[in-house]
Design a protein around this ligand. Structure first.
Ligand code: NAD
Length: 289
């Protein structure tokens, strides 16, 4: 397949490399001067999109996605598919899908879970929104870049699933950090706390797979000075998207709102910017911040 890939950052570059490695003809574009093994670089987004069967975007946010869509949709061949794997707001996902449909294109919003490790290893999970035909077109590519793809519904459903998942993740990470900090104060050994909670009803991905306490549980960013991993800034972005969505859908999400406020403080007023989102744990070691 001829593939255009726009946005070759931490996630996009390894995803595009995996498609090229699998034998696809990949032409890429990024604002930054980036080269990716096996990928031919184009001079513009429109050039990368021209003649492609599928164009994949992996961009920072909805505003940039909308801007890039203005450039690539007119350049794409009728019947081709636009697959956006960025995490963006549901409104932007739906607006781009409408624009693509009006131009005779198939489109899927397909944000991912699994982080940089998953992108490099081809083990991402895709949550997709769009028509059955669009999902089917993108599926062979999801199989190369990931290990699972769930067709969640119509346009925007993939972003809705991603936002809900990450709202749970933000909330459970904070609760796990708080619980470790409380356990410390109660004189409970962190390893014992992990041994109990990871096999009891308080277990979660935050505790079991990504434990925020250094030296406890499986290898995680806590064991690497809280170097991301998944940056607190990106968690804040996703929590903001969840609260934006909750407001526009009139949904009540008080825990999500509190998680957003805590991550905003951590990233903007404390020392959280550029650190892993599990670096919340040391922050809770001092009461009343
Ligand atoms: P990144 O900042 O490393 O990459 C984004 C790339 O887009 C950059 O290389 C940038 O130069 C490029 N770009 C920006 N504007 C552009 C434009 N107008 N035209 C072409 N290229 C442009 O970010 P990332 O970590 O790769 O994340 C990409 C997306 O994936 C985000 O939406 C993020 O929320 C989501 N995501 C990231 C992770 C993660 O662990 N990093 C996990 C899941 C989802």
């Amino acid at each position: 397949m001829k593939i255009g890939f726009i946005g070759l950052g931490n996630m996009g570059a390894p995803m595009a490399a995996n498609l090229a490695k699998a034998g696809h003809d990949v032409t890429g574009f990024d604002m930054a001067d980036i080269s990716v093994e096996g990928v031919t670089m184009a001079g513009s987004a429109a050039e990368a999109a021209t003649g492609a069967d599928v164009v994949i975007t992996m961009l920072p946010n909805g505003q940039i996605l909308r801007k890039v869509a203005e450039e690539i949709v007119p350049a794409m061949t009728k019947g081709a598919a636009l697959v956006d794997c960025s995490t963006v707001d549901v409104d932007s996902a739906r607006a781009v899908a409408e624009q693509a449909q009006a131009a005779g294109l198939l489109s899927v919003d397909a944000p991912v879970s699994g982080g940089i490790g998953g992108a490099a290893g081809g083990t991402l999970t895709f949550m997709a929104g769009g028509s059955e035909a669009a999902f089917e077109r993108a599926s062979p590519l999801f199989d190369i870049m990931g290990q699972k793809a769930v067709h969640c519904g119509e346009a925007g459903a993939g972003q809705a699933a991603k936002i809900c998942n990450n709202m749970i993740l933000g909330v459970t990470m904070i609760a796990t950090c708080e619980a470790f900090a409380l356990a410390d104060k109660l004189g409970l050994d962190r390893q014992k706390m992990f041994d109990v909670v990871s096999t009891s009803s308080g277990y979660s991905w935050s505790m079991n797979a990504y434990c925020p306490a250094p030296g406890v549980g499986p290898q995680s960013p806590a064991d690497n000075g809280y170097k991301p991993g998944f940056a607190a800034d990106l968690m804040l972005k996703d929590l903001r998207l969840s609260q934006q969505a909750a407001e526009s859908a009139d949904a009540d999400t008080p825990m999500g709102a509190l998680a957003q406020a805590l991550y905003a403080r951590f990233v903007e007023d404390e020392d959280g910017a550029g650190r892993d989102f599990s670096a919340m744990l040391p922050r809770f070691e001092t009461r009343g911040r």
